[in-house]
Design a protein around this ligand. Structure first.
Ligand SMILES: Cc1cc2nc3c(=O)[nH]c(=O)nc-3n(C[C@H](O)[C@H](O)[C@H](O)COP(=O)(O)OP(=O)(O)OC[C@H]3O[C@@H](n4cnc5c(N)ncnc54)[C@H](O)[C@@H]3O)c2cc1C
Length: 429
């Protein structure tokens, strides 16, 4: 009987365990997680902060006996090292766990910027349920909250913080908001929108030091000092893979895998935020720390772990972001690739409106990436064109003249290539 050990009980670990059980009813499955709570979704944390759900609402599976019913053994422990020669995982409890197949699904963890005072009381990341509890205790109506970082996660939690009635300031060292997802115009529009919603935004600015106390005194590179009752550190995440050092499992930015999610060591797989998976579409390996990837990679890894030969189609590089009600998107190579051509359309809205922006990047007659702000109707189509690598033929020039004709371009080109499966779906099959 094969023993599957899964390290990490987040979405990737849970989906892998369930998939293995479905396809290998007799195998033994052990799911190791180092957080005390039942497996939960970090994506639900903003809703918890808003008060829309309670903690139980974040749990991935609602029936307490779910894992026992599936004969998935749960173990509260932290993996501290892996010995691939004897197929054994050492745990922080001092014990060891032997495996036949191993899945590394340990996710990512918040980057810790090297700032003096970062460990002060009242400074927290927003990554775990435990962080959320600490934030909720301090983010009371009227509290002064300073958020370091205006990336993907930073923008997502702003809405929740605003709804808690805090006075919010955001400090981003990049020259615009969401700099790793959005170009200058799009990032600038998001900033303008946030300011209209009453958020104080500092871009091109670093937090240099945090002096402990009540309030915390946050010194910025602009020379200003901002008082804060709570500082939230949202300065990015990195794969949680330090325990694999010296294991012989190849890690670059994340745990390197092939298209079957197998690592450099046969029988050892990786999935989710911690994985640097091979993307067949671009021909490169990519860490893309979003939940749809965690779910799909876990499913594919699990199928391979039970002996099926299944390939990952691609690593999704998609971000649809809701920043205080303003929807923006970023698909594929939104910055372009060598030799690509670009078209941009920007409509600035006077007064309190949102404005709209589209930026499309073409390589030959393929849309290789795009950014949008304020367009919601094109999301499925943009994804379909970029992920499908659909040849636009004459539609490329038409789009360069009028980028808003994306839906027509998609229908005409995808249909011609037999890739159309219904308007608004936009997924390659
Ligand atoms: C506030 C917030 C909002 C988000 N919103 C979105 C969103 O809107 N859309 C989206 O796509 N994504 C979103 N994400 C990101 C999404 O949550 C992650 O992509 C997803 O959780 C990845 O799943 P995972 O299973 O790979 O990792 P994780 O969910 O991080 O789970 C990994 C688990 O492994 C545990 N672990 C780590 N090391 C060890 C070890 N050595 N031994 C045992 N256990 C270990 C961790 O503690 C954790 O419990 C959000 C994240 C946050 C924090």
């Amino acid at each position: 009987m094969t023993h599957h050990v899964i390290l990490g009980a987040g979405p990737a670990g849970v989906i892998a365990a369930e998939t293995i059980r479905k396809h290998a009813p007799q195998d033994t499955i052990t799911l190791v997680g180092d957080e005390a709570e039942p497996p939960y979704s970090r994506m639900a944390i903003p809703y918890l902060l808003m008060g829309n759900i309670d903690e139980a609402g974040t749990y991935l599976r609602k029936t307490p006996s779910h894992f026992a019913n599936l004969r998935i053994n749960q173990l509260l422990a932290q993996a501290v090292s892996v010995d691939v020669a004897i197929k054994s995982v050492a745990l922080n409890s001092g014990g060891c766990l032997n495996y036949d197949r191993l899945l590394i699904a340990t996710g990512s963890r918040p980057a810790r910027p090297p700032i003096s005072g970062i460990d002060s009381d009242g400074v927290h990341p927003c990554w775990t349920l435990d962080d959320a509890r600490k934030i909720m205790a301090l983010a009371r109506p009227g509290a002064r909250v300073l958020q370091m970082g205006a990336g993907f996660i930073g923008c997502i939690i702003m809405e929740a913080l605003k709804q808690r009635g805090v006075q919010l300031s955001v400090v981003e060292m990049g020259d615009r908001m969401v700099p790793r997802m959005m170009g200058l115009t799009a990032g600038g529009m998001i900033r303008d929108w946030c300011e209209k919603q009453g958020v104080q935004v500092f871009t091109g600015t670093r937090v240099e030091a945090i002096a402990p106390g009540a309030p915390l005194k946050v010194r910025l590179s602009s020379g200003q000092t901002v008082d804060a009752d709570l500082v939230i550190s949202a300065t990015g995440v990195q794969p949680h893979i330090g325990f694999l050092e010296n294991s012989g499992i190849t890690c670059l930015q994340g745990v390197l895998t092939d298209e079957h999610l197998q690592t450099s060591v046969p029988g050892v797989y990786a999935a989710g935020d911690c994985a640097e998976a091979f993307d067949k579409i671009s021909g490169t390996t990519i860490v893309s720390a979003i939940q749809p990837n965690a779910a799909e990679q876990a499913r594919v890894a699990a199928l391979n772990m039970v002996g099926q030969r299944v390939e990952l189609r691609g690593v999704t590089q998609i971000n649809v972001l809701d920043t205080l009600g303003l929807i923006s998107t970023s698909f594929g190579n939104w910055q372009g690739v060598p030799g690509s051509e670009q078209v941009e359309l920007t409509e600035h809205q006077a007064g309190g409106g949102q404005g709209r922006h589209l930026s499309l990047q073409f390589k030959d007659d393929v849309l290789v990436g795009c950014n949008s702000v304020g367009w919601t109707e094109h999301v499925g189509v943009m994804r379909g064109l970029v992920e499908g690598g659909i040849h636009l033929g004459p539609w490329k020039d038409k789009l360069k003249q009028d980028p808003t004709r994306l839906v027509q371009a998609y229908l005409a080109s995808a249909q011609a290539q037999g890739m159309w499966h219904g308007a608004g779906d936009g997924q390659r099959r």
